[in-house]
Write a protein that binds this ligand. Structure first.
Ligand SMILES: CC(C)(COP(=O)(O)OP(=O)(O)OC[C@H]1O[C@@H](n2cnc3c(N)ncnc32)[C@H](O)[C@@H]1OP(=O)(O)O)[C@@H](O)C(=O)NCCC(=O)NCCS
Length: 171
């Protein structure tokens, strides 16, 4: 399996040791505040298997992100859950890091690498990101990526409208 390198990060396949670290990130209330659905314990426990299944089924998925030799979260592609089908076919470019490393530009750096791989190696024509209207950090990441806020859709699980951001390859 390939890895992606950036100046500060390695985006790599997941290893077993990432599972408890990712579960701790997922359980952090600050991390879960603006996600597409509430972070229930069943979701946390099934998360690692869900990512492995996504890679096995689609040949791509969220990358494990390593910074200074430590797993710090993920960035990469995932198909949207059926309840967000109004957003279009996707896939979604997403990002989620350990709060201990927020604010250093790492999510943007990781997402740029995942995006470039999606438009390059995978030759995808469009990526979307669903962002909670109050998730200012995530909106900033999307803006720095050059994504465009296109419209809002209703998230029936949260019972509120959320933003659909788009990215396209440079032509
Ligand atoms: C969203 C997330 C990945 C950002 O990670 P990060 O490594 O801090 O992101 P970056 O440092 O690349 O960029 C964050 C930007 O938000 C800005 N920012 C930080 N706090 C902010 C705030 N309260 N309001 C507005 N902007 C803020 C930062 O200044 C930075 O912008 P800048 O580079 O122009 O200064 C991280 O906060 C996270 O994991 N959140 C929880 C999961 C989540 O919500 N994922 C996205 C779902 S759509």
């Amino acid at each position: 399996m390939i890895e992606l390198r950036t100046p500060r990060l390695t985006l790599r396949p997941w290893i077993d040791e990432d599972e408890p670290a990712m579960a701790a990130i997922n359980r952090d209330p600050e991390v879960g505040r603006f996600l597409n659905r509430p972070v229930e314990e069943a979701v946390v426990e099934g998360f690692f298997a869900m990512i492995a299944d996504h890679w096995a089924t689609h040949g791509f998925g969220p990358w494990a992100v390593e910074y200074e030799g430590r797993f710090v979260g993920f960035a990469g592609l995932a198909h949207l859950p059926p309840f967000l089908a109004d957003a279009g076919p996707g896939p979604e470019l997403g990002w989620r890091l350990d709060p201990a490393v927020w604010g250093r530009g790492l999510a943007t750096e990781a997402a740029v690498a995942a995006r470039d791989d999606a438009f390059g190696r995978l030759a995808l024509g469009e990526l979307i990101s669903i962002i909670h209207p109050e998730n200012a950090r995530s909106q900033r990441v999307a803006t720095k990526l050059g994504m465009r806020l296109c419209r809002q859709i209703h998230n029936p699980v949260l019972d509120r409208d959320v933003e659909v951001w788009h990215a396209h390859p440079l032509r």
